[in-house]
Design a protein around this ligand. Structure first.
Ligand code: NAD
Ligand code: IPM
Ligand code: MN
Length: 361
C-alpha cells in the first residue's frame, strides 16, 4: 500500500509528522513517499503542484495531505498560489465526494463555545461536493480597462455551475451514507442544503437531489436554504444526520460545524473519487497564525489517517485502533490549546502525537 505524503505549509508539516508517527506505529506494510506541495513547492519547483507531486499522488493508493497557504503568497497570480495545489489535486484525481464528519467526543463537550447539551452526543456527516460549483465554473476572471492585474480592474466574476451527473453522483453518495449510518442506528435522513430561492443552479440541485431520493424510500429527505442551515447548525445541530451540499456552501458549513466538535483542529476529512482512491486531510488550513509554535492540534489529521485506512486501504481494524486511541488521550485529559479547558492538561502538538501512539496499545 503506497501513500503519498504531502505536508504542505504552515502547521501542515507539524500535524502530518504526528499522523505519520501514528501510522508507523501500526506495523502495517505501508510505503510512504513525501513530496512538496503548496507554497513549499512554489519555493522549490516554482509551482504549487509540480508534475512530479501530481504523478506521485496519482500513483498512490491514498494521499495524506496537511494544508497549504500563507499570506505571503496572496499577491501571486492565482495559478501560482498555494491553494491551487489542493484544488488541482481534487480536480485531477476526480475527488468529488468530500466527507466531513462532525463528531463531538464526550470529553470535549466543554471545549466548544456552544452549550454542552446542544452538542453532547452529536454525530453528523457533512458531504460536500468538491469538484464543481462556483469553484470550477467558467467563465471566470477580471475585466480590466488596461488588461492589467488588480489596479484598474472594472469588474470580476466567477460562474456557479452544476451538471446533472455531478449532482446525481454526490446525491447517491449522500443517500448511501445515510443508509449505512441508519444500519448503525442513525435516523436515516439526508438534508440537502441549497439556495433555490435565489439561484438557478441550486433550484436544479434541489430538483435532481429530489429525483435521486426517490430511489431511497428508506431515507428521509428534506431541503433547507443555506442561510437557515447555518443558523440551525448552531441552534439544534442534532436535528441533522447527513447534510449534502455544493462546494462553496459545504466549505463554509463545515468550518461552522467544526465548532460543534470543540475545535476546527478536530474535524477530519476524506475526499474520494469513483475508484475509492482518496485524499485525506484535516478540514482546516495552514494556520499561519500559530505555525512553528508546536501548538497545533494534530487530531484532525490523525483522524483523517484513520479514515484513509478505512476507506482506501481496507484496514478497518487499524482505523478503529486510531480512533480508540484518540478517545483514550482525550479521556486522559490531554489537550492542545485549542481544546483546552480548566482541569485538563495542556500539551504540545508532538506530545499529543506521542500520546496517541502510546494509547494504540
Ligand atoms: P485556518 O483553518 O488555517 O485557520 C483558522 C483558525 O483556526 C486560525 O486561528 C488557526 O490558528 C486555527 N486552527 C486551524 N487549524 C488548527 C489546528 N489544527 N489546531 C489549532 N488551531 C487551528 O484558516 P485561515 O486562517 O482562513 O487560512 C490560512 C491559510 O490556509 C490560507 O492560505 C487558506 O487559503 C489556507 N487553507 C488551506 C486549506 C487546505 O489546505 N485544505 C484549508 C483551509 C484554508
Ligand atoms: C478547504 C479549504 C479550501 C477550499 C481552500 C484552501 C482552497 O478552505 O479545504 O476547506 O476552499 O476548499
Ligand atoms: Mn475550507
Amino acid at each position: 500500500m503506497k501513500i503519498a505524503i504531502l505536508p504542505g505549509d504552515g502547521i501542515g508539516t507539524e500535524i502530518v509528522a504526528e499522523a505519520i508517527k501514528v501510522l508507523q506505529a501500526l506495523d502495517l506494510s505501508l510505503t510512504m513517499e513525501t513530496a512538496p506541495v503548496g507554497g513549499a513547492a512554489y519555493e522549490s519547483h516554482g509551482h504549487p503542484l509540480p508534475e512530479s507531486t501530481l504523478q506521485l499522488a496519482k500513483d498512490a493508493d491514498a494521499i495524506l495531505f496537511g494544508a497549504v497557504g500563507d499570506w505571503k503568497y496572496d499577491t501571486l497570480e492565482r495559478s501560482l498560489r498555494p491553494e491551487q495545489a489542493i484544488l488541482g489535486l481534487r480536480k485531477h484525481l476526480g475527488l468529488f465526494a468530500n466527507f466531513r464528519p462532525a463528531i463531538c467526543y464526550e470529553q470535549l463537550v466543554n471545549a466548544s463555545s456552544l452549550k454542552p447539551e446542544l452538542i453532547s452526543g452529536l454525530d453528523i456527516l457533512i458531504i460536500r461536493e468538491l469538484t464543481g460549483d462556483i469553484y470550477f465554473g467558467q467563465p471566470r476572471g477580471r475585466r480590466t480597462a488596461t488588461d492589467g492585474h488588480f489596479p484598474g480592474a472594472e469588474e470580476a466574476f466567477d460562474t456557479m455551475r452544476y451538471s446533472r451527473p455531478e449532482i446525481e453522483r454526490i446525491a447517491h453518495v449522500a443517500f448511501q451514507a445515510a443508509r449505512t449510518r441508519k444500519a448503525a442506528g442513525s435516523e436515516g435522513r439526508v438534508t440537502s442544503v441549497d439556495k433555490a430561492n435565489v439561484l438557478e443552479t441550486f433550484q436544479f440541485w434541489k430538483d435532481v437531489v429530489t429525483e435521486v431520493g426517490q430511489s431511497y424510500p428508506d431515507i428521509a429527505l428534506d431541503h433547507m436554504y443555506v442561510d437557515n442551515a447555518a443558523m440551525q447548525l448552531v441552534k439544534q445541530p442534532k436535528r441533522f444526520d447527513v447534510v449534502v451540499t455544493g462546494n462553496m456552501f459545504g466549505d463554509i458549513l463545515s468550518d461552522e460545524a467544526s465548532m460543534l466538535t470543540g475545535s476546527i483542529g478536530m474535524l477530519p476529512s476524506a475526499s474520494l473519487n469513483s475508484r475509492n482512491q482518496g485524499l485525506y486531510e484535516p478540514s482546516h488550513g495552514s494556520a499561519p497564525d500559530i505555525a512553528g509554535q508546536g501548538i497545533a492540534n494534530p487530531l484532525a489529521t490523525i483522524l483523517s489517517a484513520a479514515m484513509m485506512l478505512r476507506f482506501s486501504l481496507q484496514q478497518p481494524e487499524a482505523a478503529a485502533r486510531i480512533e480508540k486511541a484518540v478517545d483514550t488521550v482525550l479521556s486522559q485529559g490531554l489537550r492542545t490549546p485549542d481544546i483546552y479547558s480548566a482541569g485538563t492538561t495542556k500539551v504540545s502538538t508532538r506530545e499529543m502525537g506521542d500520546a496517541v501512539v502510546k494509547a494504540l496499545g
